[in-house]
Design a binder for this molecule. Sequence first.
Ligand SMILES: *Cc1c(COP(=O)(O)O)cnc(C)c1O
Length: 496
Amino acid sequence: MNIIALYLSVMNALINKIKKLEKAALLLEPNQNTRESWHKQVSEIAENFLGKLENGKAYDQDSSHIKQLKLPFTEKGMLSSKVFGDIVNHVDKPGINPASGGHLGYIPGGGLYASALADYWVDVTNRYAGVFFANPGAVKIENELIRWMIKLVGYPETAWGNLASGGSIANLIAIVAAREAKAITPENIRKAVIYVSKQTHHSVEKAFRIAGLQYAITRTLPLTKKLKIDTIRFEEIAEDDKKQGLIPFLLVSSAGTTDAGVIDPISALSEICTRYAIWHHVDAAYGGFFLLAKSFSSLLKAVNKSDSVVLDPHKGLFLPYGLGVVLVKSKTYLKDAFRYEASYMQDATEVEAEISPADVSPELTKHFRGLRMWLPLRLHGIKVFRAALEEKHLLARYFYNKISKLYRFETFGKPELTVVMFRYIPESYDPNAFNQLLIDEIHRDGRIFLSTTTINDVHWLRVAVLAFRTHIKIIDLILQLLVEKVILIENKISGY
Ligand SMILES: *Cc1c(COP(=O)(O)O)cnc(C)c1O
């Protein structure tokens, strides 16, 4: 064989092999019939799920089968009905159902349908939303959302932000920006002081560690009786730290604590922070979007005095999980904290009509998550969100009024946002133990999901109204359930 013939035969073998592999790999591209069949099945499952929400469970305790569950991957693909059925049985049923209006635990979730369609669309088209150059439209849409929220919060035009995956990552971004802005380095970190409270969300502590700030001094500020940061004590402590030659540099307050739903005195705290050149970060993951509701605009207005803020659209805007927002008053710090250079990105950095998400966050390739927020805002308009948030607040007030009048129930206080902490005081039984029995019964029933918290050794049950499907009927059901379960437990205890 001459050299050319040899070459051709080697090439032929190669081409044959490639063609065989192509045929096998083409299974990743289902044809239109298959697509439509999968789509129809998933659509039917989704409709079935939505149809059952109103009378279904908010919590299904029975997860005994999950531990033993085996869902192996096989070389050959499986029947779609089997695969989808597994999700229905093992994912959609056990545990908490955040799509349910009966979910009033922690900070409830949502799941706007328009967002689900947006995610579907974004995934089918898979546009690259990390840099403006790659998909100017997608980046524009994300940036328009950031501009809208900057306005909502009342920040100036110098502000910028990022759509992150949730409040935790959004908090991390703000904290890294604060670290950069205040020039905290390995040289001075042991003198740097951070102020938090016992009610600060734990994602903030996590963020400190990720940001290397665990070597700074962290002070847990005293709280008032209403569980708000004590401003007078804060100023005294900051003054003391300064006198000792330390560097007070960061305060994290909350606009809506996750536990009790109270808003720290943002305005007074901001003034102190200005005086001491402390970066004031407001974690408004839970409460931020109440800025849309008229009755809160005065309560939350002072957020504009902060240096950075976090809002969670997957809480306060009822989106499905996967979107938390950070806004920083001075975009310089955001850009400083997340700058990078890479030779393979040289095409991307030439167009600068809009800030690219990759320039202000830890992410490069990112999901075009803006569409899941943009689509419902455009399709529904803003008014419905204002109404829903007002409604949730009034539902919390309604629950508070009713439970306060129920025999032997007491509350922690009037809800500032939408959290009511309450408990039952039995005649002759340990209150903490009784309330644990009460929550166990509520969970066993499953129509409603509530969570509990312990504050100064007192065990409280919480009703947190934020699921968009929670309406007055559900609040009445909670009240009815509580009475029923209290009677049941009282009877059990007294031996009936
Ligand atoms: C929920 C919450 C967080 C964490 O946000 P994720 O979206 O769960 O990551 C942080 N702070 C507060 C006040 C929250 O309510």
